[in-house]
Design a protein around this ligand. Structure first.
Ligand SMILES: Cc1ncc(COP(=O)(O)O)c(C=O)c1O
Length: 412
């Protein structure tokens, strides 16, 4: 877009855009994006706090012959906020060492992979064709960090990992790491078995929990560090209801030191301390209400998938119980074959009715759960999806009325 000189009306225009966005997305829409969530009013308050303007730089250095523990003065409270957040992360992920400095899930992946794997190292990771994160495709993180990525194949529409096949690949290719984690994730991995095999061939097990972080912390999905992963890392804002950001945890002091020593001035500097204050709050909320929240998210996903199926909207995974995560996947092929509409067109029809899903046909129930929706609400949500996407009915008034009932926030 060409840059234009600021004109008088642009500040007003900016305000109008933000107001319109908030009215639409935060008030009128029912959001079923798997990557998004709602954070509490306290988290929002901390995000807008004075910390949004401050710096701190904990370090251990000599400056003009004097030992200093920070590059800045004025940080006496900030550093304690970070400590609270890191400790809560460690408790929730069952790791002795944790950091909340990564600015996002993608950055968390860089923070972990760059120092642990030397340039030229090989690792196995799920590729986008099997529901993996695009960042692990050869042209992205591997190209940026100088690594070679080998595809970790998954099978079937529910993306299952075959332990024997992984064992063969690990023995044949002898990669330095096995990177687990997906963007399209319905079921946990048989992690204990694969971690054991990976360790036998000397590979680190690095678990990208970006999507399922809130479920892991709530104790419903799997316990990556407890089941053998060396490091768990990822986003803080998908199934976890924190501000947008990243974190990592490990039980191994040597790995933590390696990662931590490579953060400042390599991958980050300012870690955005208002975000960390908001995250600390979200993590403390998770310690309080994370278990019932995560269980409800999964119950809602199962109920939504089943109800969609009953409405004859094609979904993946009926024979396997549909899902154990916050996600529900539409069967794109079947949708196209039976109803002549592919997931992007289907999603656009829903968007026109203020129902938001992503264009690849992935739905998520984390935000709806935080709004207070329960399994009993899912038949109605499924019907509204069907009427919008297949029957092309105008259901905006019904959605507005439904949304009006859910103004508050559950699991506070
Ligand atoms: C598995 C996985 N890892 C990393 C990321 C990147 O996360 P973020 O958007 O927080 O940078 C995503 C994003 O969707 C993801 O699905």
């Amino acid at each position: 877009m060409p840059l234009s000189k600021g004109k008088g009306g642009e500040e007003r225009r900016l305000k109008q855009l933000l107001d319109a966005h908030e009215r639409w997305r935060a008030r009128d829409c029912l959001n079923l994006l798997a990557s998004e969530n709602l954070s509490s009013p306290t988290v929002q308050r901390y995000l807008a706090s004075d910390l949004s303007r401050r710096y701190t730089l904990p370090l251990d250095q000599m400056l003009h012959g004097e030992k200093v523990d920070n590059g800045y003065a004025g940080t006496r409270y900030t550093d304690q906020v970070e400590e609270l957040a890191s400790r809560a992360t460690g408790r929730l992920l069952h790791g002795k060492f944790a950091s909340v400095r990564p600015l996002s899930g993608h950055v968390a992946s860089m923070c972990v992979l760059a120092p642990l794997l030397p340039k030229g190292a090989r690792y196995l990771a799920v590729q986008p064709v099997d529901g993996g994160y695009d960042g692990y495709a050869p042209g992205y993180l591997p190209a940026v960090l100088g690594h070679e990525v080998l595809p970790l194949p998954l099978h079937g529409p529910t993306h299952r990992l075959d332990v024997e096949e992984v064992s063969e690949l690990l023995h044949r290719d002898r990669p330095q790491a096995l990177v687990l984690g997906q963007s399209f994730v319905l079921f946990p991995y048989p992690l204990k078995e694969v971690a054991k095999i990976a360790h036998e061939v000397g590979a680190l097990v690095l678990y990208d929990a970006s999507h399922v972080m809130g479920l892991i912390m709530g104790g419903t999905f799997q316990d990556p560090l407890g089941e053998g992963a060396d490091v768990v890392f990822g986003s803080t804002h998908k199934s976890l209801f924190g501000p947008q950001g990243g974190l990592f945890a490990t039980d191994r002091e040597d790995l933590f030191q390696q990662i931590d020593a490579a953060l400042t001035w390599r991958i980050l500097d300012n870690a955005h301390w208002n975000r960390i204050a908001g995250l600390a709050q979200a993590l403390l909320e998770t310690e309080r209400v994370g278990a019932p929240y995560a269980s409800r998210v999964v119950e809602n996903s199962k109920a939504l998938a089943k109800a969609l199926d009953q409405e004859e909207v094609p979904v993946i995974g009926k024979d396997e119980g549909y899902t154990e995560s916050h996600q529900v996947h539409l069967d794109g092929e079947e949708l196209k074959r039976k109803f002549g509409v592919a997931p992007p067109g289907f999603a656009r029809r829903l968007e026109a009715q203020n129902l938001i899903i992503d264009l690849v046909g992935r739905l998520g129930t984390a935000e709806a759960t935080r709004l207070g929706l329960k399994p009993k609400d899912m038949p109605k949500v499924a019907r509204l999806i069907k009427e919008s996407g297949l029957d092309r009915k105008d259901v905006r008034r019904e959605i507005a009325a439904f949304r009006h009932r859910y103004r508050g926030m559950a699991f506070l």
